[in-house]
Design a protein around this ligand. Structure first.
Ligand code: F6R
Length: 596
């Protein structure tokens, strides 16, 4: 069991890597924890020759309490041991209550509350499953938990509320994890729990009870995920692999239209035609990189489909008093489909009366996909690098399709224009491959950027969100402070920052704003700023003193933002490598933010 647990942790390490731990039942409860990476835990586990048939393990992304061995999971109380994803919101009140009962806390985590609570319940009811069920009644917040107990070597009890949890069915053995990628090493048969479910798992059987306490059968799904899809293969890093997979990922996402002469609304769900036709406006909800995809979509939706479009940061929208338009189509964009803020924003929109919601998501079994009536699954394949790359470009491909459908339904697309857009989409994977060939030139830029403390990214119109995405990529993996501005804003403040020490990246497509952008670039040059320009062919932006130009292919029209993303991803990747950073696991971050 121990090697399976460690392999599972390695496969999920990208989701949190502050510390790791494992607890095994083998006569007594044996626990090993370490700060840092799973490799370190593995060394300790081997040193201590840990073994046994039942156990739990965890990698942590710190929310309550610093990354330390004391705060690492599993947490214990007597013979009870718990791993937990999520946040227990009432942990302070629970701590006070449990302290009064004589429990002592040895960590700063909210999770330790669960261990003591289950222990207290077990003392009064004598049954681990019942003890966890009772704890669920008292815990407020989001959690996926797994519990083992020294006195009962036959079972594992798990519970889910607001954080993903699934069971892998084996032959005479069963497994649990927060993500299928941890389990494909042992089984393809998965059972996804619903919120409020509590399950009793033994070697031979699985028993699931829902929030109301009734026995339920959750469907068994055969995961399409191959073990190879989550392996590094020939690449040095997952981020590198995922950047170079983009032509294929986008081709897969667009597969349903590549052979078609027209784009059908049904791509987004069986009822999509009526819903999309009836939408009075669009409201996009998302976080981080997915939010940037939404920002690009706004230009498409309003400019091509002629439908009003608002884009909101999910964590802001969920707490903002807004004026809802119930006929607005809500589009939630998320790679993981488990981002707590995006899920909560979607629920908030539903409560405000929004009638229809569409998920654009990369994970078919995710909470987001289950929470919406319409959906489009991007087919990027698993994204392991913490910095989102192929998820973003496939989201944009999906949003380009949606725009085409909306434009058509609103009578804004002639058959000729539709055919031209489809042709451009078909050509996109090969255009992406061409741009990837610019890597050697980008690497030269990256060597210089790696020496800097700050960088500025400029774009206009639909390329402004691409500048934002470029700045986000650079800061999150190279730790270089990067800001993005709509270049017309430069003179309203940020120009004051420009000097020789601050490289400026400009996205210069050959579009209607080109001449305006060129004036903005002159403003930078006049102040001694070093410009790094991604310029389409025929822009007449010439390489020279303080002006470094990388020539992009011909202007790609509507799809230009997708192509201009690639060099910015490569710039961040190489700058981070130059600085010796762990590109796949940048400090302080984790993939899939399932806490608020
Ligand atoms: C940045 C990045 C994050 C995510 C954000 C939303 O590279 O990966 O900004 O985009 O946390 O995640 P999803 O798309 O899973 O909802």
């Amino acid at each position: 069991m121990v090697p399976i647990l460690l392999e599972g942790l390695k496969r999920l390490e990208y989701r949190g890597y502050d510390s790791a731990g494992v607890a095994i039942l083998n006569g007594t409860l044996q626990r090993v924890r370490s700060t840092g990476r799973v490799a370190e835990l593995e060394r300790l586990v081997q040193q201590q020759a840990l073994s046994g048939a039942i156990g739990i393990a965890h990698t942590r992304w710190a929310t309550h309490g610093v990354p330390s061995e004391a705060n690492a999971h599993p947490h214990v109380s007597g013979g009870v041991s718990v791993v937990h994803n999520g946040i227990i919101e009432n942990h302070e009140a629970m701590r006070r209550k449990l302290r009064k009962q004589g429990y002592e806390f040895v960590s700063d985590t909210d999770t330790e509350v669960i261990a003591h609570l289950v222990h207290a319940n077990l003392a009064s009811c004598g049954n681990l499953f019942e003890a966890v069920r009772r704890a669920m009644g008292e815990l407020v917040g989001a959690y996926a938990i797994a519990v083992v107990c020294e006195g009962d070597h036959s079972r594992l009890v798990i519970a889910r509320h607001g954080a993903p949890l699934l069971i892998g069915l084996g032959d005479g053995e069963n497994f649990i994890a927060s993500d299928a990628s941890a389990l494909v090493q042992v089984t393809q048969k998965m059972v996804y729990l619903e919120d409020g479910d509590c399950a009793d798992i033994t070697l031979e059987r699985v028993r699931v009870v829902d929030a109301k306490g009734g026995m339920v059968e959750r469907p068994v799904q055969v995961s399409q995920l191959s073990a190879a899809a989550v392996e590094l293969g020939q690449y040095r890093h997952y981020m590198q692999k995922e950047i170079f997979e983009q032509p294929m990922a986008v081709a897969n996402t667009l597969e349903l239209v590549t052979g078609a002469g027209t784009v059908l609304p049904q791509l987004f769900g069986t009822d999509a035609e009526g819903v999309l036709h009836g939408a009075s406006s669009v409201l996009v909800l998302a976080c981080g990189t997915s939010y940037h995809a939404g920002m690009v979509a706004r230009y498409w939706m309003e400019g091509i489909a002629g439908i009003p479009c608002n884009v909101e940061i999910a964590s802001e929208y969920r707490y903002r008093i807004s004026v809802p338009d119930p006929k607005a189509l809500v589009i939630a964009i998320s790679q993981s489909g488990e981002t707590a803020d995006t899920l909560a924003a979607l629920e908030h929109a539903k409560k405000l009366g929004h009638e229809h919601c569409l998920a654009i998501c990369n994970v078919p079994e995710s909470a987001l996909v289950r929470a919406t009536d319409l959906r489009f699954l991007t087919r990027a394949g698993p994204e392991i690098g913490v910095a989102s790359t192929k998820a973003f470009t496939t989201q944009l491909a999906a949003l380009a399709l949606l725009t085409t459908v909306m434009a058509k339904l609103r009578g804004r697309l002639t058959p000729e224009r539709e055919a031209a857009l489809l042709q451009a989409l078909r050509h996109l994977p090969s255009a992406l491959s061409t741009v990837l060939h610019l890597e050697p030139q980008i690497r030269m830029w990256a060597e210089k950027f790696a020496q800097c403390q700050h960088a500025l990214f400029l774009g206009r119109g639909i390329h402004w969100p691409i500048a934002m995405e470029g700045a986000l990529k650079l800061k999150e993996i190279s730790y270089i402070h990067a800001e993005a501005y709509a270049s017309g804003e430069l003179k309203h403040g940020p120009l004051a920052l420009v000097d020789r020490q601050m490289p400026v990246v400009a996205i210069a497509p050959n579009d209607v704003l080109l001449e305006k952008l060129k004036s903005n670039l002159q403003e930078v040059r006049a102040r001694g700023g070093e410009l790094h320009v991604l310029a389409d062919q025929d822009t007449k932006i010439i390489h020279g003193e303080g002006m470094h130009v990388i020539r992009m292919p011909d202007h790609a029209g509507m799809l230009s933002p997708i192509l201009h993303t690639i060099p910015l991803q490569l710039l961040a990747y190489h700058a981070a490598l130059e600085r010796g950073n762990d590109v796949d696991k940048p400090r302080n971050l984790a993939k899939s933010v399932t806490v608020e």
